[in-house]
Design a protein around this ligand. Structure first.
Ligand SMILES: NC(=O)C1=CN([C@@H]2O[C@H](COP(=O)(O)OP(=O)(O)OC[C@H]3O[C@@H](n4cnc5c(N)ncnc54)[C@H](O)[C@@H]3O)[C@@H](O)[C@H]2O)C=CC1
Ligand SMILES: O=C(O)C(=O)COP(=O)(O)O
Length: 526
């Protein structure tokens, strides 16, 4: 089926062109209300957005076919990530495409504050020529306080150092080595507030950063500080900022982002020393081309090849790795499904081992596929994206083991499930590097394809059993496609894995269970 993508925010046309070139149907529909979007979202497999579209849990409830949300930009606070993850939707962004542009906007606003450029422009164009009103400050030798020294913060730092400023940074995750490399001084927040002539914010909005410039923090700043926010509204308490501007504690503030957007009215508007732009940080031709191309390529790789790049809610899997991992993921999913169908909800812990050639691969997608198979037996909506969190929610302990050595098979995936009754293990290999084959079912060696409808039967190894089983299935008009047998020891426990053409109903299962010597019958489907 041809995947369909909706672009719901203004995006460079190259995004749509890439989707089309790669054979994906694309609609560009911007400016819809949440309700209007909810009406159409069900038709799409991909949603490409910037910051205007709000991908809320309510919207995602309507997104029955959605597999991926691509954010052409950095901040994903307009996406309900837990809700997307629960629904098995991958969320990806483009973490570097607009960083330079946003850093440049912060620097532009710093200059605008230092020389009161917007006010001077307005006054001059009003014919006033107020040369004496606009006395500025130099940037050279001033201290710039960076709150957040990640991608954008560190670009701002390098530009500020070029302007001969001193740069201090508060970022709990900034290592001393990285600070040294950037040529900046790592400080605590209070030190930054006390020392900075200019403060610029470059953190995401989180529970820790919300209101980081509160009225208490503003009171600790150097009198006459100038503040720039090109990160996220909500980092600064806007009411407190208004008071600080009015009192002169803060000499100037430039906001590109606001607590509520779009903002059409604010107590800050018209305050002397206040400058604003309408969330323009990423709005340059270059940045928009970068993020549009990146998001379209990433989403296409995912929808067409299963490649996962820059995902917020699942491990990466490059488009090059994806084809090599695909048969392993199919094998892993089947093994997880087999274990889940036979062991049901008795599984308390699961260990996923890769051996031989499989050990050279990225193990996370293999683990994700085992969990998706295992949990898929309890939940309809489980997939690689939400399986790890569902497993965590169920308290399932997951272990990954990698054996470089080659065992009996050149490549092997083994799934060991811990149940109250002990450890139960299934394992499989790939024939010809592509065809999944089961080689071990709970300690009994077999060689079987796991496909379609099957029966897992445990019985006492005794002459005549296979005949009775065939007769019982024949009487129920169930055709046997393939038959695989294995046993622990002659005359002991035997296992039959029977592929059948049709699903086996509970009444037939009951009849099979009644056959002499039968210990267990589980209908399977793959
Ligand atoms: N105005 C606009 O149009 C744009 C805004 N942005 C926003 O800029 C912000 C920064 O983006 P990037 O630099 O790419 O992100 P990043 O993830 O590379 O850097 C964020 C930094 O904040 C630091 N941080 C996290 N919690 C912190 C805390 N409690 N206190 C101090 N530092 C903390 C992190 O350690 C990290 O170094 C994001 O919020 C992003 O959404 C990004 C692009 C355009
Ligand atoms: O990339 C980001 O985080 C931004 O805030 C840019 O927002 P935008 O894509 O310009 O609406």
């Amino acid at each position: 089926m041809t995947p369909r993508v909706l672009i719901s925010d203004k995006m460079d046309p190259r995004a749509a062109a890439i989707f089309r070139e790669r054979g994906i149907e694309v609609d560009e529909i911007t400016g819809k209300t949440p309700d209007e979007l909810a009406e159409i979202i069900g038709d799409y497999h991909g949603l490409a957005i910037r910051s205007s579209t709000k991908a809320t849990a309510k919207l995602l409830d309507h997104a029955k076919n959605l597999k991926v949300i691509g954010r052409a930009g950095i901040g994903v606070d307009n996406v309900d990530i837990p809700a997307a993850t629960q629904r098995g939707i991958v969320v990806m962004n483009t973490p570097f495409g607009n960083s330079i542009t946003t850093a440049e906007h912060a620097i532009a606003l710093m200059f605008a504050l230092a020389r009161q450029l917007p006010e001077a422009d307005a006054s001059t164009q009003a014919g006033k020529w107020e040369k004496n009103r606009f006395m500025g400050v130099e940037l050279t030798a001033k201290t710039l306080g960076l709150i957040g020294a990640g991608n954008i913060g560190s670009i701002v730092a390098s530009r500020a150092l070029g302007l001969k400023m001193k740069v201090v940074a508060f970022d709990p995750f900034l290592s001393p080595e990285r600070a040294l490399e950037l040529g900046i001084e790592k400080v605590e927040l209070d030190q930054l507030l006390a020392r900075a002539d200019f403060i610029t914010l470059h953190t995401p909005l989180t529970d820790q950063t919300r209101g980081i410039l509160s009225s208490e923090a503003l009171a600790k700043t150097k009198k006459g500080v100038r503040i720039i926010n090109c990160a996220r509204g909500g980092l600064i308490d806007e009411a407190a900022l208004k008071d600080a501007l009015d009192s002169g504690q803060v000499a100037g503030a430039a906001l590109d982002v606001f607590e509520t957007e779009p903002v059409t009215d604010s107590p800050l508007f018209g305050t002397p020393g206040f400058i604003s732009t309408p969330h323009l940080g990423a709005s340059t031709t270059e940045a928009q081309v970068n993020v549009a191309i990146q998001v379209a390529e990433q989403m296409s790789d995912f929808l067409l090849l299963g490649g996962v790049t820059n995902a917020i809610n699942m491990p990466s899997l490059s488009a090059e790795e994806a084809p090599r991992l695909k048969p392993y993921m199919a094998l892993a999913e089947k093994l997880g499904r087999l274990a889940g169908q036979v062991l049901g909800d008795q599984v308390r812990a699961v260990s996923i081992e890769v051996e031989g050639a499989a050990a050279a691969l990225n193990q996370k997608p293999i683990t994700g596929a085992v969990l998706a198979g295992l949990m898929g037996t309890y939940s309809q909506t489980v997939n690689m994206v939400n399986a790890p969190i569902l497993a965590k929610e169920r308290g399932l302990d997951v272990k990954e083991v990698r054996h470089e050595r080659e065992g009996d098979y050149h490549t092997l995936v083994r799934v060991t499930a811990s149940t109250p009754g002990g450890e139960r293990c299934v394992a499989g290999t790939l024939f010809g590097n592509s065809a999944p084959r089961l080689v071990d079912i709970f300690g009994v060696a077999v060689e079987a394809d796991l496909a379609g409808h099957m029966l897992y039967i445990v019985n006492n190894d005794a002459p005549g059993f296979i005949g009775k089983l065939g007769t019982a299935l024949g009487q129920a008009w169930i055709n046997i496609a393939t038959f695989n047998l294995g046993r622990r020891a002659a005359g002991g426990e035997a296992v039959a894995l029977v592929a059948v053409d049709d699903p086996v109903t509970p009444d037939v299962v009951a009849k099979l269970c009644a056959l002499e010597g039968v210990r267990e019958v589980v209908p399977l489907s793959f």
